[in-house]
Design a protein around this ligand. Structure first.
Ligand code: UGA
Length: 460
């Protein structure tokens, strides 16, 4: 694919959103600069690879790097002046008080403002608290009033990033000028037009795309509304999860099965079944941060979002709640005994362990129950620093079997296919004890019990 639109786009920041965006644009006929200041990430990108595991991404990166439509660079000076559009996808980590650290967001805007060409459009893609765009816009326009600005939040999920980006439910564009909004909308229309070609390069099996929305809803809003849509959507999904988890505790106490309960609840079309799976709670780089960010943003505007505080508390309680259930079932102590934790990533399909409840479970087993934890994850430990948050006493196993062999009990802490498709008889054979903890509610309880194991789920 050559630069068929004669347009150049810079994507600042090579995290999950930035790399996915750059890979898609560079295979949609745009010339793309991926701006990254971290040397290690930059070098990986130059080789046509991403630093994290995400299905279908590497073939797109490799193709674009090889044919020159994707250029990875650390230089604003070499990329921004040539760009018609700039997508800012830099990280927004949280501050210790829960508010968002916007230093990378403002630094990217300030640096870009020095080089942006007349009439270029600057697009904020990473999640920011409502009101941030106003400041970014003033940074950009203080050097040149012709620079356009739009908030265009990203809704992709890790693990399904390519599919989510190519078949979005909606594209939200919030700018105070029609020209910038139209410019951004055209980029998405181009991606949709190029979708079939991208599917082929990425190696996506077309059959999985059949039921996806053909065209997204284009939702054009004010700048502040777009920013608030993004954080509110994440907060609402987190709220659904914490709601399911709080009802799971009641199901445990009253003798109901949360998977049946939430199936029944979610079958009401007004509610929907998605994000009602009870388990060890949500993690990752988004929900934990965005829930806290929304609370903090509310407080900054004098609004107490108590409901979100409850969501956060409920979520934090889940790993401890599950281990309490385990404790009540133990017939002998697990101190100094081997225990297997299967899964470290915050969810299946990603190598990302940020704020992962799986890691929290492993640490609690090690620190509060003094177990010798052996942990296995098919992808997480391929990333440098993935084990940084783990207690040093925890050992990393190379295979699932190695983690399970001779363990008193096993906890399924991330619902990887490998764990779901393993016959429970295999768990029973490898374990020396007889407890299988399904912290994701992803196994069939009856099959586990039939294999001679005690099943501990969440709300079941
Ligand atoms: C989330 C949103 O789903 C995306 O729409 C958004 O773009 C992204 O954050 C972001 O802001 O960048 P992501 O964090 O990648 O995406 O992953 P999710 O699939 O939403 O899962 C988040 C967590 O919730 C995981 O730990 C998952 O295991 C947990 N979860 C999810 C549950 O515990 N129960 C459920 O029913 C669903």
């Amino acid at each position: 694919m050559t630069n068929t639109h004669n347009q150049t786009i810079s994507v600042i920041g090579s995290g999950y959103v930035g790399v996915t965006t750059a890979a898609i644009l560079a295979n949609s006929g745009y010339k793309v600069f991926a701006l990254e200041i971290n040397t290690q990430r930059l070098e990986t990108l130059k080789q046509g690879k991403s630093f994290f595991h995400e299905e279908y991404l590497n073939p797109l990166l490799k193709t674009a790097v090889d044919n020159g439509t994707l250029v990875a660079t650390n230089s604003y000076e070499d990329s921004i002046p040539k760009s018609d559009i700039v997508f800012s996808c830099v990280g927004t980590p949280d501050n210790p008080d829960g508010s968002s650290n916007l230093s990378y967001v403002y630094a990217a805007a300030e640096e870009s403002a020095k080089y942006l060409q007349k009439g270029a459009v600057y697009v904020q893609k990473s999640t920011v608290p409502v009101g941030t765009g106003e400041i970014i816009e003033s940074i950009l326009q203080s050097s040149d009033a012709s620079i356009g600005y739009a908030s265009n939040p990203e809704f992709l999920k890790e693990g399904t990033a390519l599919i989510d980006s190519l078949w979005p439910d909606r594209v939200v564009i919030g700018g105070n000028e029609e020209k910038s909004n139209t410019f951004v909308k055209e980029v998405y229309e181009t991606i949709i037009k190029m979708r079939q070609a991208i599917v082929k390069i990425a190696g996506i099996n077309e059959s999985i795309t059949k039921s996806l929305p053909v065209t997204p809803d284009y939702i054009i809003t004010s700048r502040n509304s777009a920013e608030l849509i993004k954080v509110s959507a994440n907060a609402f999904l987190a709220l659904k999860i914490s709601f399911a988890n709080s009802i799971a505790k009641l199901a445990d106490a009253a003798g109901a099965d949360i998977t049946e309960v939430m199936y029944g609840v979610g079958s009401d079309r007004r509610i929907g079944k998605a994000f009602l799976n009870a388990g060890r709670g949500y993690g990752g780089g988004c929900f934990p941060k965005d829930v806290k960010g929304l609370i903090s943003s509310g407080l900054a505007h004098g609004v107490d979002l108590e409901i979100m505080q409850a969501v956060n508390n409920e979520n934090s309680s889940m790993p401890g709640y599950i281990l309490e259930k385990v404790n009540n079932q133990l017939t002998r102590p697990i101190a100094n005994k081997k225990v297997a934790v299967l899964g470290a990533a915050f969810k299946a399909g990603t190598s990302d362990v940020r704020m992962s409840p799986a890691v929290r479970i492993a640490n609690l087993l090690s620190e509060k129950m003094w177990a010798n934890v052996s942990m296995y994850d098919p992808e997480a430990f391929t990333e440098d620093g993935a084990d940084d948050q783990l207690n040093r006493k925890i050992t990393i196993a190379a295979t699932m079997e190695e983690a399970l062999e001779g363990a008193e009990l096993a906890v399924i802490a991330t619902d990887w296919n490998e764990f779901k498709t393993t016959n429970p008889k295999v768990y029973a054979k490898l374990l020396s004890g007889d407890i299988l903890v399904d912290a994701m509610n992803c196994l069939d309880r009856d099959t586990v019990v039939a294999a001679g194991l005690k099943y501990i789920g969440v709300g079941r």
